[in-house]
Ligand binder design. Structure first.
Ligand code: GLC
Length: 737
């Protein structure tokens, strides 16, 4: 008679309860412990697994290693509980897609979902079943290198992308589907608000900002059914996120009803001692498990202290049981008990398939942002001699960006290669000109000479992959090293005589103010993944009309930071009067605003209709308008809907994104875009910190960016309504007629 927990015909709940009651305290705590196998399957790792002291591992790579360690867990432990194997599959597994900040630049949730689905398919084929993604940290500070990993500065855009990413990784719901992964919304919460943009630094923000801005994408991920959440390193308003009962139990597990499990970030529990809120590991374990952290990543704190804390009656065993139920539920739902192993034949078929590499190109194209174009782009394909200059021109590592999982630069296409493929009959000159970060100018002469000989010059500048991501904060946001001097040298030699275009690769906004003011064209290419070179060449030479928009503001100077579009009005908004909120030595406006992105064609907006003009709270407002392509080539426009609460009980942003739609239009084509805005999206936290939709007038703005507003209107909410706290999220339906 097979035990109930081994019987797939039983419900998940039955199997969890049957298994739980068979487990010793040590075996239960073992499920709450995760270790890293970044140094391989060492004797220590195998011993921990064999003794039932590790329920999960991260960084196990390769089908053989996966199957070896799962066999030990399943065949050599008393209860045979399979391991949950996790990896940072952030924007691809082996087929690497654009970094998440670039994916957000597509303003197309289907792009985000497809990238996540393909990443899941490849990782799951090699035995990984859990990814530590999507990263949902809102970031208003580009000094913080991890801005690269998230979806930018806006809560609504991030909510939409969070939902898409969770569905892409997990499928419609968590299931034994062998092509899907359990996802992990990280880093909960407000990690991106670290002071000074310095990674791991203190976060101190109001509860209103915490809830309205930083929690919003996590709430969407939970509503989308995300299986796990990762608690962050940072202290938040005095309480570290991995010991924070308010965020973990009151909000996440309480208000939002999160049923998955919380894993700490790497040794974040052990670091409670360093934060100074725990005297030792034992106190750290008590704080974390009480706060609601269910699994200890690489801290070894739960293994060393929890059993003793339970036996001394300091921590009730019920807390252990709750954590283990949550963890086992994910394992059963993933079908791990029935299928813990990877199939090497299937892995060979699936990973880096032609279909995946084609998808990587399609996605990369949609993420490119044309920031400036004085008409020199697209370049003609009849060019006979082109110079491709800069330290990133032929760099196949940079394009993979940070957190590239098992991505291999040898699979990547550089800009130089992409242009050579695009112009097989042309002479394509290449000169690095300088390094990414050194002060060596000895290559300038060669670069200038190449530009002089060419009919057009493409400068490829920016950051290497290791300059963004974790532990990569920057105090200066300019082009690193002497790259701007290189651009100036080339510009002074040939600018005005021949087209000179800048392609900027980075994991964050950069203060490329001089470049943007002098060169006739700037293409923002982020780190676009394995097909970067082909996608960029398609845009430069007109085989693809760029339609991406910025998900994050680009400052003129680092001194403006934090700078973001949905700022408050203040009592003295910036203006010509001296005594208003601005700088005496710099423009107060950004270099490129949130939502900005150009096209090779032109779009016109007309005939705005806002119905009804007065709406009850709980109702919806339909905002529609006509969008026309008045240029001579097909293109994508991301039409954006912003709303402003004109008078409220607390100060409100000058505008907030509340809807968007990427629309493809042929030349001369006109379509009606229709947004159905639920009034629940107007809610904010009132003076009493309860969610409220307030009566009053709301301004409607529709446009091509947060600054390029084309149509304006308004509507009224007839009365105020206080909402119940809960886990439900709302989105604006966007359709094209
Ligand atoms: C790192 C990162 C986190 C990642 C984890 C596992 O320190 O903060 O984003 O998922 O550890 O690699």
């Amino acid at each position: 008679m097979v035990e109930a927990y081994r019987d797939p015909r039983r419900s998940v709940e039955e199997r969890v309860e049957d298994l739980l009651k068979r487990m010793t305290l040590e075996e239960k705590i073992g499920q709450m412990c995760q270790y890293s196998a970044h140094a391989g399957l060492t004797d220590r790792i195998k011993d921990l697994v064999r003794r039932g002291l590790a329920g999960s591992l991260l960084n196990v790579v390769g089908v053989e290693n996966v199957n070896e360690i799962q066999r030990i867990a399943v065949q050599e432990t008393r209860l045979g509980i399979p391991l949950l194997l996790g990896l940072d599959v952030i924007h691809g597994y082996k087929t690497i897609f654009p970094i998440p900040l670039a994916l957000a630049s597509s303003w197309d949730p289907e792009v985000v979902e497809e990238a996540a689905r393909i990443a899941a398919r490849e990782a799951a084929a090699e035995g990984i079943r859990w990814t530590f993604a999507p990263m949902l940290d809102i970031a208003r500070d580009p000094r913080w290198g991890r801005i690269a990993e998230g979806f930018g500065e806006d809560p609504y855009l991030a909510m939409v992308m969070a939902w898409a990413a969770v569905k892409g990784f997990q499928g419609p719901e968590l299931s034994p589907d062998p092509e899907r992964l359990a996802a992990c919304a990280k880093h909960y919460v407000a990690y991106g608000a670290c002071e000074g943009g310095r990674d791991y630094n203190t976060v101190d923000i109001s509860e209103r900002t915490l809830r309205e801005v930083y929690m919003a994408p996590f709430k969407a991920a939970v509503a989308a059914g995300v299986a796990t959440v990762m608690s962050a390193f940072n202290d938040l308003n005095g309480v570290p996120a991995s010991a924070n009962e308010f965020t973990l139990r009151r909000v996440l597990k309480g208000e939002w009803g999160f049923r998955g499990f919380v894993v700490s970030d790497w040794n974040a529990i052990g670091e409670l001692v360093v934060h100074g809120v725990a005297a030792d590991g034992s106190e750290a374990a008590k704080l974390a498990v009480t706060a609601g952290v269910d699994m200890d990543m690489e801290g070894d704190v739960y293994r060393r202290h929890l059993a003793d804390l339970v036996r001394r009656g300091v921590v009730p065993e019920s807390l252990i049981d709750e954590a283990v139920r949550r963890i086992l539920t994910v394992k059963f739902k993933l079908g791990l008990f029935e299928n813990p192993y990877a199939d090497p034949e299937r892995a060979r078929r699936v990973v880096k398939s032609g279909e995946h590499l084609e998808a990587a190109l399609r996605v990369a194209r949609k993420c490119i942002v044309l920031a400036k174009n004085d008409g020199v782009l697209p370049l003609p394909k009849t060019l006979r001699r082109v110079a491709v200059i800069g330290p990133l021109a032929d760099d196949r590592d940079a394009v993979l960006g940070c957190w590239r999982a098992l991505g291999d630069p040898r699979d990547a296409v550089s800009v130089l290669e992409g242009i050579r493929r695009k112009l097989p009959g042309a002479e394509v000159l290449h000169a690095r000109g300088c390094d990414v970060r050194s002060e060596d100018r000895s290559g300038f002469a060669e670069a200038v000479e190449a530009a002089r000989r060419a009919e057009a010059t493409v400068l490829v500048v920016g950051e290497s992959a290791d300059m963004s991501g974790e532990a990569a904060s920057r105090a200066h946001l300019g082009l690193p090293g002497v790259q701007e001097e290189l651009v100036r040298a080339v510009w002074e030699a040939v600018g005005g005589r021949a087209p000179v275009v800048a392609v900027v690769m980075s994991g964050r906004p950069l203060t490329i103010t001089w470049v943007a003011e002098h060169l006739p064209a700037v293409v923002i290419a982020w780190h676009l993944g394995v097909r970067a070179g082909d996608a960029i060449a398609d845009v430069l030479f007109g085989d693809y009309n760029p339609g991406g928009k910025l998900p994050v503001t680009w400052p003129r100077a680092v001194g403006q930071v934090p700078i973001y579009y949905n700022h408050k009005r203040t009592g003295r908004p910036p203006g010509p009067d001296r005594f208003t909120s601005k700088y005496i030595d710099e423009d107060w406006r950004p270099l490129f605003p949130f939502g900005h992105g150009l096209s090779y064609t032109r779009f016109e907006y007309s005939d705005l209709r806002v119905e009804p003009s007065a709406v009850e709270p709980g109702g919806a407002v339909t905002i529609s308008f006509c969008l026309a392509n008045v240029g001579d080539r097909e293109g994508d426009e991301v039409a954006q809907l912003y709303v402003r609460d004109v008078v409220a009980s607390v100060t409100r942003p000058v505008k907030e994104l509340k809807g968007f739609k990427r629309v493809t239009l042929r030349p001369g084509e006109r379509r009606r875009v229709v947004f159905t805005l639920p009034t629940q999206l107007l809610a904010f936290y009132g003076r009493d910190m309860r969610p409220v939709i307030e009566a009053g007038v709301y301004e409607v703005m529709v446009g091509s960016s947060s600054e390029d507003i084309r149509l304006r209107g308004s509507f009224e909410v007839t009365r105020t309504a206080v909402l119940e706290e809960g886990g439900r999220v709302w989105f604006t339906e966007a359709r094209v007629e």
